[in-house]
Write a protein that binds this ligand. Structure first.
Ligand code: SF4
Ligand code: SF4
Length: 207
């Protein structure tokens, strides 16, 4: 029992000479450790494609995805709520592009009297089905997939039509509305899986 007592005494004397180990923040600036996990900072311009995959892996559901279909053009907003965030880093680790969001290692002082101010948000244009208006994906996500697939993207009619629209003026074909998705003329429109299925079924049966 003698040794632990001496060891504690030694620690106490050392602490008296060296001073407290705790930092003096907020009276003095604090520099976190290099691998410190601060608030998630989305990279709206170069990185985030608005896919919303991070919201599915966020343990406390701190990431909210809201689609505004009444807007012109339809928009998706993705909001990282700092007041719900537990700074686990899952959104950064499992981000589709690996560049969409990064946990800051300098921003940690997020105290605010109004918790509704504690968020970061990005907005992305949505592509919707030409016939039923169902959400297909954000525009940047479709371009990202087309780029990833390269020539293999030509196996998907939506990707062909969409990338053509981006480089040629074929928007009038894709945005033409019909009362029903049927017939070969509908094949070259941007459609959701359900309407696309209808087009092929009607085409196959020649109705
Ligand atoms: S690109 Fe990354 S950060 Fe952006 S919505 Fe998708 S998973 Fe989230
Ligand atoms: S760091 Fe964790 S809790 Fe915070 S937004 Fe990302 S996934 Fe959600």
């Amino acid at each position: 029992m003698k040794y632990p007592k001496l060891r504690e005494l030694k620690e106490a004397i050392k602490a008296l000479i060296k001073g407290p180990f705790t930092t003096k923040f907020p009276f003095e600036p604090h520099t976190p450790f290099p691998r410190f996990r601060g608030i998630p900072v989305p990279n709206e311009k170069e990185g985030c494609i608005g896919c919303g995959a991070c919201a599915d892996v966020c343990p406390p559901r701190a990431i909210k995805v809201v689609d505004d279909l009444a807007a012109n053009p339809p928009m998706r907003s993705i909001r990282w709520r700092h007041d719900y965030c537990i700074f686990c880093g899952q959104c950064e680790r499992l981000c589709t592009t690996k560049e969409g969001v990064k946990l800051s290692n300098t921003e940690f002082d997020i105290a605010d009297l109004n918790r509704n101010n504690m968020f970061a948000e990005i907005k992305k244009e949505l592509i919707v089905c030409s016939d039923c208006g169902e959400v297909i994906a954000p525009k940047e996500q479709i371009l990202y997939i087309a780029k990833k697939l390269g020539p293999m993207g030509y196996s998907n009619i939506n990707l062909i039509v969409f990338t053509q629209q981006e480089f040629l003026d074929t928007s009038h074909i894709a945005s033409e509305k019909s009362s029903q998705s049927s017939g070969r003329q509908s094949a070259f429109k941007i459609l959701c899986p359900k309407c696309r299925h209808q087009v092929w079924v009607f085409d196959d049966h020649g109705k």
